[in-house]
Design a protein around this ligand. Structure first.
Ligand code: SIN
Length: 498
């Protein structure tokens, strides 16, 4: 496609948000060697922008800029930082249509979901603007009459944030907002597939008055940029959302410079529907929990375990609901399911379905590529799924819902916990005592009881086992960007006795 045509289909109210350069030290910047990377619309295959394909040298410049900005930023008061973050929040919401449109164009998600993501993403900025004011320390009762002991919390330093394509805004603000509120500066590497929303958000951060170098954005060669972040002694913290495979590589690499690290990795979420569930509520929950973002979230339901007393009734009602989903270009009215992000994702989804069918699963609806072509896949329900199928073990990351039958509570909990992942799990029952015991037994970082939409800035998001380390969101999330400093005051004289 001719250069002039690229970007022509991106019509925003505020074209200043359509950025196609990286941001280093407050300057919009090309890659040092001029390389570029095409950003595609997964719904149409069109190239919507060419952005710099940056590498190690560019990442090192961004780290240097973040290091220079760290002292002045961390020395400001939390109240001062709050004002700027709050302004950023306002600008994100004022520009929500444009941000959402960029997201649909580069990610494919339906417009209504993209608008929802702007609210979700901006929520982290609003929340942490205030939370920065509550970074309290402690005074420890001293065991020694001549000593006083205190703990203060200080910004960890320069942060490297590596974010995924499935939430092009929210996964950035979920990291940047607590980092900046704590007094850290940051180098963000957004996914190569979806850099445009990140760049627009960075432009709004500049417009909000967040100083140059506090937030930098570099994208391109993931290996080179990752290496620069991991090798740098100045980068004191890495925060990553993505696959367990890459998370393990980062964790090993962090050892070289002993960096603080938080990881939000893969999941394999079970949804357990007991005989005592309200079937109508459970069908809605399964639909939202499975098909959000066309099944492309780490907390998406991956396995639906249904007790035999309601299995057939649930399967029929759920299949009917899935048949009503509208597949198409996310900018078209009424569309609820967009394309998958790329051909590799489509192939993986199809492989899981073929594998399940070859091992005895039955397709109730869907089960193949959509007639729209490209990376569209039919929303799919499979029944008779079993634990020897790939879909039981691996995250499908697509619009496929396998139903498995169980008889007893113990069997369901055993199946649910039979995975190396531990991000989110869900259960439906109308009996609160039953639900409470089930929630306690699930080895997961997050449990939704009669609810599958659990993500919010006010609650701690994160997993156990190979789903990661640390928590994002809530009052706990800011701790990931803080170091504790113990201060001992010695030689305190006898207390006044008056
Ligand atoms: C993710 O898929 O990594 C995040 C999902 C969410 O925030 O709900």
């Amino acid at each position: 496609m001719a250069f002039a045509q690229v970007g022509a289909m991106v019509q925003l109210k505020n074209m200043a948000l359509f950025k196609s350069q990286g941001l280093i030290g407050g300057e919009w910047t090309d890659a040092h060697d001029g390389r570029t990377l095409a950003v595609n619309n997964p719904a149409t295959g069109e190239i919507i922008a060419n952005v710099p394909f940056m590498g190690k040298v560019d990442a090192q410049k961004a780290i240097a800029a973040a290091s220079v900005a760290f002292q002045p930023w961390s020395k400001r008061t939390a109240f001062d930082r709050c004002k700027l973050l709050r302004k950023w929040f306002d600008l994100l919401l004022e520009n929500k249509e444009d941000l959402a449109k960029l997201m649909v164009l580069e990610n494919g998600k339906p417009l209504a979901e993209a608008i929802g993501e702007v609210h979700y993403g901006a929520g982290f900025v609003e929340y942490y603007a205030e939370e920065g004011k509550r970074v309290y320390g402690d005074i420890i009762p001293s065991p020694f009459p001549t000593k006083r002991m205190l703990v203060m919390k200080q910004a960890v330093g320069v942060v490297g944030a590596i974010t995924p394509w499935n939430f092009p805004l929210a996964m950035i603000t979920r990291k940047v907002a607590p980092a900046l509120a704590a007094g850290c500066t940051i180098v963000v590497k957004p996914a190569e597939l979806t850099p445009l929303t990140a760049l627009a958000a960075a432009e709004l951060a500049l417009q909000a008055g967040i100083p140059s170098g506090v937030m930098n954005v570099v994208m391109g060669d993931a290996i080179e940029i990752g290496a620069a972040l991991m090798e740098s002694n100045e980068v004191r913290k890495i925060t990553f959302t993505g696959s367990t495979h890459v998370g393990k590589i980062l964790m090993a690499a962090a050892a070289k410079t002993v960096k603080k690290i938080s990881l939000e990795l893969g999941g394999n979420a079970p949804l357990i529907i007991f005989n005592d569930a309200d079937i109508e509520i459970a069908v809605k929950g399964a639909l939202h929990g499975k098909f959000r973002n066309t099944g492309q979230t780490c907390v998406c339901v991956n396995r639906i375990l249904v007790q035999d007393g309601i299995y057939d009734e649930f399967a029929a009602a759920f299949t009917k609901a899935v048949q009503e989903l509208q597949v198409g270009n996310g900018l078209e009215a009424g569309v609820t399911q967009g394309p998958l992000i790329n051909e590799a994702s489509l192939e993986k989804v199809d492989k899981h379905v073929q594998d399940a069918v070859s091992k005895g699963a039955k397709v109730l609806v869907g089960g193949k590529r959509h007639s729209l072509g490209r990376t569209f896949y039919e929303p799919t329900v499979l029944c008779n799924a079993t634990d020897d199928m790939l879909i039981f073990r691996e995250e499908v990351f697509g619009p496929v819902a396998p139903l498995m039958r169980f008889h007893t509570d113990e069997e369901a909990i055993k199946m649910a916990n039979d995975t190396e992942f531990g991000l989110a799990a869900y259960a439906y029952t109308e009996n609160i005592e039953h639900g409470w015991r089930v929630a306690e037994a699930l080895d997961y970082g997050m449990v939704g009881l009669n609810e599958t939409l659990i993500s919010t800035e006010v609650a701690p998001f994160g997993g156990t086992k190979q789903s990661g380390l640390g928590r994002e969101g809530s009052n706990y999330g800011i701790d990931e960007y803080l170091e504790l400093k113990y201060l001992c005051l010695g030689n305190i004289k006898q207390p006044f006795m008056c």
